[in-house]
Write a protein that binds this ligand. Structure first.
Ligand code: SAH
Ligand code: MG
Length: 195
């Protein structure tokens, strides 16, 4: 198994697929363990790396993951098969903003188009179990969120502004309380406020 994982990491590097960073994925897997999470919904599968890592935490874990890019989806399907995890991981090809997902999840992991994080959050909180967690990746966006002056490119600046807007959205959200962690590329952990 370890060599397959290494190969996936290598492929991601070569093909520029933005899979989760080592520290980030370890943080995510620890959180799954600590909270005894069993049902996971992931927005943004890419080539299946994080869904495979999450499924490997425990045999009882089920992951549903959505990817809109067909080539990445096909690569993910291949990788999931190679790891014999077809019975634990259900991958869907489609745009997560247009996909109908039934059922509730203990963890919703948002790791897709950064400009649409608020939309993902608002749509998928409906699928969150009452004591569930929404985890969002790339809150730092390679350090650019903290250092906006470094950005010369206009599109990139707009994207970073959208991430900032999402951070403010989370900070001001009265339904959820969010903790931010400077691990990997920046992780936000949101839990519903109990009333
Ligand atoms: N979670 C993966 C990395 C995901 S990279 C890992 O750590 O291994 C982000 C992925 O989200 C890209 O492959 C991109 O195609 C996908 N994506 C972006 N917007 C999306 C959307 N609206 N619906 C589904 N997938 C989307
Ligand atoms: Mg990411």
């Amino acid at each position: 198994m370890d060599d397959i994982i290494l190969e996936i990491e290598e492929y991601a590097k070569l093909e520029d697929v933005p899979i989760m960073q080592k520290r980030g994925i370890n943080f995510l897997c620890d959180l799954i363990k600590d909270n005894k999470i069993k049902n996971i919904l992931e927005i943004g599968s890419a080539i299946g790396y994080s869904s495979i890592k999450m499924a490997l935490v425990d045999k009882d874990i089920k992951v549903t993951t959505i990817e809109r890019d067909e080539n990445r989806y096909l690569e993910a399907v291949k990788n999931i098969k190679r790891c014999n995890l077809e019975n634990q991981i259900d991958i869907i090809l489609g745009d997560a903003l247009e996909t109908e997902i039934k059922g509730t999840y203990d963890l919703i992991f948002i790791d897709a188009a950064k400009a649409q994080y608020i939309k993902f959050f608002n749509k998928y909180k409906e699928n969150l179990a009452s004591n569930g967690i929404i985890l969002s990746d790339n809150m730092s966006f390679h350090g650019l969120v903290e250092e906006k002056e470094r950005i010369k490119n206009k599109n990139l600046r707009q994207l970073v502004n959208k991430i900032k807007r999402y951070i403010v959205f989370l900070e001001e959200n009265t339904e959820f309380k969010t903790d931010f962690y400077k691990v990997g590329d920046g992780i936000a952990v949101s839990r519903r406020v109990e009333d």
